[in-house]
Write a protein of this length. Structure first.
Length: 371
């Protein structure tokens, strides 16, 4: 008599960072994870571009499983490309003309979205409304979602969960105040979630029944070179601001772990699960650090495909190296990776220099890559 053994699928939470067009890297990571029939996604915490990826996979899973989720992701990113540049300068021919001339670009950047886009047109709204069935997502998605936005008045994070998600919640999570009007929900104005939670890993670790979380990090922690132009300074400030919430949450997690280290009986109380949660990491740094700072605003299809392929490759390597660790041990030292001073941006593959060379070779025709 032949006995058949059934292996239970491994389960994994996801924490998806925002990063504009660089979110195509996360698309590639998700595409590879969804291809794996022995891995199931549990909870997803996400912000901005990460939120767009999160609702795409949730909608796809609710409509027809992993294959549908992969199709949905591709459809959303193809629509992002077709929608064109998201900086909305094209809506005002005068300002768009200024922005194309380097010597006048700084003057154009002084205008607010309430001036160059007074009607508040946002192509992402139409894209999401046409691509995502939010009612079905709320009622039938097999995964829980935590989508972060930032209250304009207080700067505090607002986490929208699956059963309350609407197109407005995703737009709020991706609302850069220099490009879009604030998104109002129930009389409260919101900006991009990256200012307060990018993404929220504390809530994820404390509440999810699954004790393994894979962080997909898009923004490099360190970027060499001194920005001097108005636009470059603004983009650099945004990168620092959007990395800060994740670093703060990791500081909290490491403090909890340090406090409970060696104590008899193990951790207890509200933050107990933070001390034992297992974290994993896939980084886009070796690729995104090679791109110009404003490439996040340019969804060129060649660039999107390059980052998609990079994300798939990194996810494939990560699964090959760490699949057996899921459910058993963490595969990233959060203190070493995020809290230790670094001179260079590190990647999850080989070195940054290799990433720069690869990026220059593949997207130099369409993306502005610094030497």
């Amino acid at each position: 008599m032949q006995v058949r053994l059934f292996r239970r699928n491994i389960r994994l939470n996801l924490a998806l960072q925002g990063g504009g067009a660089h979110g195509a890297f996360t698309w590639g990571v998700l595409d590879r994870l969804l291809e794996d029939e022995e891995l199931d996604i549990s909870w997803v915490s996400a912000t901005s571009a990460g939120a767009v990826n999160a609702v795409a996979i949730a909608a796809g899973l609710s409509e027809g499983g992993k294959s549908s989720a992969r199709t949905k992701l591709r459809g959303v990113w193809e629509a992002v490309h077709k929608a064109g540049v998201p900086d909305l300068m094209r809506l005002n021919p005068f300002l768009y003309g200024l922005s194309r001339a380097p010597q006048l670009a700084q003057m154009a950047s002084l205008w607010s979205p309430y001036e160059f886009n007074p009607l508040g047109f946002d192509p992402l709204r139409r894209l999401l409304s046409e691509s995502i069935d939010f009612e079905k997502l709320r009622n039938a998605s097999p995964i829980e979602l935590l989508i972060a936005a930032t209250e304009v008045a207080s700067g505090r994070a607002r986490i929208f969960r699956r059963n309350e998600l609407t197109v407005e919640a995703v737009l709020a999570s991706a609302c850069l105040p220099t490009l879009h009007h604030a998104v109002e929900i129930d009389g409260v104005a919101y900006w991009d979630g990256g200012f307060s939670a990018n993404p929220d890993i504390k809530t994820l670790a404390m509440e999810s029944p699954v004790e393994d979380t894979l962080i997909v990090q898009l923004s490099p922690l360190v970027r060499q070179g001194l920005p001097t132009g108005v636009r470059e300074i603004g983009l650099h400030v945004n990168r620092l601001a959007f990395n800060a919430p994740l670093i703060r949450e990791i500081e909290l997690i490491e403090t909890v772990r340090e406090c409970w280290q060696g104590r008899l009986g193990g951790p207890r109380g509200r933050y107990a699960k933070l001390a034992t949660h297992r974290f994993h990491l896939i980084e886009a740094g070796r690729y995104t650090s090679a791109l110009s700072a404003d490439s996040t605003m340019k969804p060129d299809w060649t660039l999107l495909n390059y980052l998609f392929s990079a994300g798939r490759d990194e996810a494939d390597k990560w699964l090959g190296q760490h699949r057996a660790s899921i459910g058993r041990r963490a595969t990233v030292d959060l203190r070493e990776r995020f809290l230790t001073p670094q001179r260079e941006s590190q990647g999850s593959g080989s070195g940054v220099a290799d990433g720069r060379d690869s990026a220059k070779a593949k997207v130099s025709a369409t993306a502005d890559i610094p030497d």
